[in-house]
Design a protein around this ligand. Structure first.
Ligand code: FE2
Length: 294
């Protein structure tokens, strides 16, 4: 039996201006959807951009197969969803500063994203989303796991939700980039964000801490902060909140950093995994206590 089609497919208004063969197929109940029938190398109609955006808002991460994207195509695709960000830790390509190369091979000592995280949560305005296009993937392995921070928040007890609402945590780029960037004078962003944020489009609450960037909860004893964060990190990676994406050559994943964590599994050494990422600018996270939907 085929996976159920998204409710988006049933909305006749969404279909106008969208390729007739476009389909959204959810991967799990909580997170992830495959989008079929859209060629991302073409200039997308505003309706198709809306179709993809609606699917992203509903499913938090969307996947495309067998795409053929030049750097210009990749940039145009990203700009359809907002202004692009220049990475605050890693240099982009010389001629395309908004495009960051993602590459691992036999000479790699580390890989990007090898821990659960939301991209650049250390920034004052963390990115809205990231679009990763991999051209070369290992024969097996190299999957990316995504976890829904809506589902993680929703599954907490009411007492824990009350406890966390209103707290802030510090996110520090130093934790990630100091070991990668060989420049002792470089400074990386460090910012405090709400532990529970309200998504600016959907109005849903999402947990917003991650093992890669978060150092501590503000105004809390160090041991208490460490214990609460350890609990949240374990809770956030419950398999029930996850989808696991198996890459093929020329697959694209587009995720919403405001309501997901992801983890790139490095289980393919010494094989090559290589491609490019663009990142869409976001805005300052909104605290859950500030009144819900903005
Ligand atoms: Fe990442």
């Amino acid at each position: 039996m085929n996976a159920p089609s998204s409710v988006l497919d049933a909305d006749p208004d969404v279909r106008a201006g969208v390729p007739a063969q476009a389909q959204v197929r959810p991967c799990t109940m909580n997170i992830g959807a495959d989008i079929e029938g859209i060629d991302l190398s073409r200039e997308l109609t505003p309706e198709t951009v809306r179709f993809i955006h609606d699917a992203l808002m509903a499913h938090q991460v969307v996947f495309f197969r067998d795409q053929h994207l030049s750097h210009e195509d990749h940039l145009r695709l990203g700009r359809g969803f907002g202004a692009l960000a220049i990475h605050s830790g890693v240099a982009g390509l010389p001629d395309y500063p908004e495009v960051v190369a993602i590459h691992a091979d036999a000479s790699s000592r580390y890989v990007a994203g090898e821990n659960w995280h939301s991209d650049l949560s250390c920034n004052a305005e963390p990115p809205m989303g990231s679009i990763l296009y991999l051209q070369t993937v290992p024969p097996v392995g190299g999957d990316t796991l995504f976890a829904s921070m809506y589902a993680a928040y929703d599954a907490l007890s009411e007492r824990m939700k009350t406890y966390l609402d209103g707290l802030e945590a510090v996110h520090d780029g130093e934790l990630v980039y100091r070991r990668i960037i060989d420049d002792p004078t470089k400074r990386f962003p460090v910012n405090a964000h709400p532990v529970v944020r309200v998504h600016p489009v959907t109005g849903r609450k999402a947990l917003f801490v991650n093992k890669q960037y978060t150092t501590h909860i503000v105004g809390m004893d160090r041991d208490e902060s460490r214990a609460i964060l350890a609990y949240l990190y374990e809770h956030c990676t419950d398999p029930a909140f996850q989808v696991r994406f198996r890459w093929e050559p020329r697959s694209v994943a587009f995720w919403d950093n405001r309501c997901t964590l992801h983890h790139a599994v490095w289980d393919y050494y010494p094989q090559v995994r290589s491609g490019f990422r663009v990142t869409i600018q976001g805005d300052k996270p909104i605290a859950a206590t500030s009144g819900g939907r903005p």
